[in-house]
Design a protein around this ligand. Structure first.
Ligand SMILES: [Zn+2]
Length: 184
């Protein structure tokens, strides 16, 4: 069994393995279900479809999509016993041990899923910042509330926010949800 650092390093150098990522539906599914439920699903798939000495349909038991764990399995070469043997040095032809199942589920698949979810959270945070800057320079923002944003009270801050907002309108940095800004 290879250690975690080695295997993630090797996987990152495979164009086939590294092209697997969670899409929006997967991210939503993981958020709705929660990591603990996803972990139970992963354990169930691994125990039923990989752990037996000769799993039925070995080599074709893991669909390419339909569940975030399926993507994790392909991304991490935990999709069939041939891939487990080749990438993780876990021999085929015998049942997986409890330790190997723990390693695959908690050490590999959940680790990949956590990384993917973290990546998506980072992207959304960046988009949120961009939207806040746009909002600060918008006249509709000051809607007579007694808690007006401090940036609106301070003319220098408004100018700074305005410049920042202009900067964010360069092609490529345009917020994907605001396509109308592109032509201005
Ligand atoms: Zn495989």
């Amino acid at each position: 069994m290879r250690n975690k650092e080695n295997i993630f390093d090797a996987l990152s150098r495979s164009p086939f393995r590294s092209r697997f990522h969670l899409d929006e539906a997967d991210v939503l599914y993981v958020r709705t279900k929660g990591m603990e439920t996803i972990r139970r699903h992963a354990r169930d798939f691994v125990s039923r479809k990989l752990a037996p000495a000769s799993p039925p349909n070995d080599g074709r038991q893991t669909p390419m999509r339909g569940h975030p764990v399926f993507k994790a399995q392909h991304a991490c070469a935990c999709c069939c016993r041939d891939c487990l043997a080749k990438w993780h040095r876990i021999p085929k032809g015998r049942e997986l041990s409890a330790e190997e199942i723990d390693h695959i589920v908690d050490g590999i698949l959940m680790e990949w899923l956590r990384k993917e979810m973290g990546l998506r959270a980072g992207e959304e945070e960046a988009a949120g910042q961009c939207a806040a800057i746009e909002g600060a320079s918008s006249p509709t923002r000051n809607d007579a509330g007694k808690d007006a944003a401090p940036a609106v009270k301070d003319p220098a801050a408004v100018r700074r926010a305005g410049r920042a907002a202009k900067g964010s309108r360069s092609p490529g940095a345009v917020h994907p949800l605001l396509p109308g800004l592109k032509g201005r």
